[in-house]
Design a protein. Structure first.
Length: 181
């Protein structure tokens, strides 16, 4: 089994992201968002870093050559440099394109390992990717065969019917159970 740790699980330069997010908040002089104080703003810089870190594997930045004892720290340093460039406000279009490419490459690798067929970034961009093996997630269980998936679907349908029957017995105005004669 391959190591599928994501960048967000391994390392994110939180101090650099925080610094840039606070700078982003104060840089907007003359911007429409300065007319009103938005209490629940979502800083673009922090969101960009979190989404990128969740979608790209940590092994993306580890160099192929070099001393084995320093590969991990070199990978983290390379990731920190890239994320700092990615999180500059308002954002460099070439760095954003690189990040999109990294995400597509990671997705292509995952699809290749799941389906057993070679998937390229161009296949993803064209929409010609093979479907992964059918799986139905239910209550922490993953069904990998069609028979298991059908059994889980039937179970869910039965539970849904039971719950709907129970709900139909309740008077929505009073919350009391109806008694039929």
């Amino acid at each position: 089994m391959t190591d599928d740790r994501r960048l967000i699980e391994d390392f994110l330069p939180i101090q650099a992201i925080s610094k840039e997010a606070s700078r982003e908040k104060s840089v907007r002089k003359g911007h429409i968002s300065t007319l009103h104080l938005w209490w629940a703003r979502r800083p673009l810089v922090a969101c960009r870093a979190a989404v990128y870190g969740a979608l790209v594997p940590a092994s993306r930045f580890i160099p192929e050559n070099g001393p084995d004892n320093k590969k991990q720290s070199l990978g983290r340093a390379n990731a920190a440099k890239f994320i700092e460039r990615l999180c500059k406000y308002p954002g460099n279009p070439t760095v954003i394109k690189d990040a999109q490419r990294h995400i597509l490459e990671a997705h292509a690798e995952r699809l290749t390992s799941e389906t057993g067929k070679k998937v390229t970034v161009e296949d993803i961009e064209e929409g010609c990717t093979p479907r992964p093996a059918p799986r139905l997630r239910q209550a922490g269980t993953v069904a990998t065969t069609p028979a298991e998936a059908a059994a889980l679907k039937k179970l869910v349908a039965n539970w849904r019917a039971l719950i709907e029957a129970r709900i139909s017995d309740i008077d929505l105005k009073t919350g009391q159970r109806k008694f039929f004669q």
